[in-house]
Design a protein around this ligand. Sequence first.
Ligand SMILES: Cc1ncc(C[n+]2csc(CCOP(=O)(O)OP(=O)(O)O)c2C)c(N)n1
Ligand SMILES: [Mg+2]
Length: 544
Amino acid sequence: MKAAELFVRCLENEGVEYIFGVPGEENLDVMDALVDSSIRFITTRHEQGAAFMADVYGRLTGRAGVCLSTLGPGATNLVTGVADANMDHAPVVAISGQAGTNRLHKESHQVLDLEQLFQPITKYSSRLLTPNIIPEVVRKAFKLAQTEKTGATFIEFPENIASMEIEAEPLPVKFPVTPEPARDRVERAAEVISEARNPIILAGNGVVRARAWKHLADFAAQLDIPVANTFMAKGVLPFGKNPLALGSAGLQANDYISCGFSRADVIICVGYDLVEYHPHLWHPTRDRKIIHIDTLPAEVDASYNIEAGVVGDIKHSLMRIQELATPHQGQPMRALREALIEEMNQLRNDEGFPIKPQKIIWDLRTALAMEDIVVCDVGAHKMWMARMFRCEYPNTCIISNGFASMGIAVPGAIAAKMLYPDRAVVAVTGDAGFLMNSQEIETATRLGVAIVILIWNDCGYGLIEWKQMNHFHRSSNVRFGNPDFVKYAESFGAKGYRIEKVGDLMPTLKKAMADKTVSIIDCPVDYSENLKLTDKLGKLVCPI
Ligand SMILES: Cc1ncc(C[n+]2csc(CCOP(=O)(O)OP(=O)(O)O)c2C)c(N)n1
Ligand SMILES: [Mg+2]
């Protein structure tokens, strides 16, 4: 068979359902081999869209999402989405075509050294220099992408290799098992927790990746320790139902949860990735005892000097420590949760227009069922969503908080809806991030993937303006104009809605969710609330 065919068989062997991508001249053989494959190719309108779709597919399934491009400009277009997946620890395998090996050594049309280009943004970057290695390279790319800490890998496939003849078989797929934690570390962690006066848990996305949220809830309940979560661990404890849930930590500013960290003497980090939230922001004093529970040893950071590192399967680590540690009593941090809930509820009947972020979130939460999925973009809206959108289940509010690239929401929502056609899926995005990948609306309408896109319209780079005003009390180059989003939607054959008064939002959301096609809601937002929040949190008097 052709090497391209073997390559596609290896992908099938890995259980690949979809490849998101843009075909090119240098992957003709792979594209042709896909015609006879069970794998469905999802033709996108930009390689970045393809990479973000693979990224969110990987987050939601734990299996590698796959994206594909041609050489040179196609591959450079993949870069942002691949980097995002890698830094956010989403399993992704990216594949690109390449010129034949007879012209890689010299100046040549569209040739870039892609293996090198992808090295710093992947766990493994490889070039198929001979067809014999295809089964090993593909297996390795999937194994590394799907093994903790999960992330992106890259395969470069030169066109002349793809058309060669080869007889070989895919390698069997095996999943490595994360080992049990070392007994002495478990004992040390249990001892520190038992002796603590005010312990707190910081749960990160590693808990979601390990599917260990039930174990975490048991651990917290039995030891009576409150839990803060990073943005990417939203829903790890059901916020509404579990009184130990303190909400999200990660705002760069002071917040209620900061009071929890400063009050704590022991901070138990579970599946926490430092990329999400600098330790110096929650541990400036560097004098608390930190317990690190994760699948890999802790990253070195001056503010993350650990007392006990429990490395191994997170579920087992939590169970073993729980067996040995002495439970605490009383919940001195409950006031933090109550203060946050009060704030979440405060503006639910607000009549202001443009609509305040808190009110948009209230209406969105009310319109959606708890199993429905929100994919958030990056900007001021993300900060509000992370802080105030309640989640009862993990992976129901997807946030990129490692690489934190704008442009993920629309393509990400498409991937989420393909995986969960029976749930409503809403892309919550700023007006800037929306236009970075809005071309994928065509992909969604072509595929019949009925997502809702909720644009927070402030005619500006809101988050940057927020920061500029905080630092310099004036803004610089953050304002822009927008197209008519309703007409824009209609030009794609999608539905467009404009919110003209506060009372429009809830019925429009419900209507959009019932639409059988893509719906785009243009919702003016009142970002004067941003500075009010900064001001309020600056003057925060800890409720505990
Ligand atoms: C691709 C990319 N470019 C730039 C940034 C830096 N950045 C972060 S938020 C932001 C503004 C986002 O504006 P918008 O999408 O309108 O959201 P808003 O802040 O207004 O809610 C920018 C420029 C980024 N994170 N990603
Ligand atoms: Mg904006």
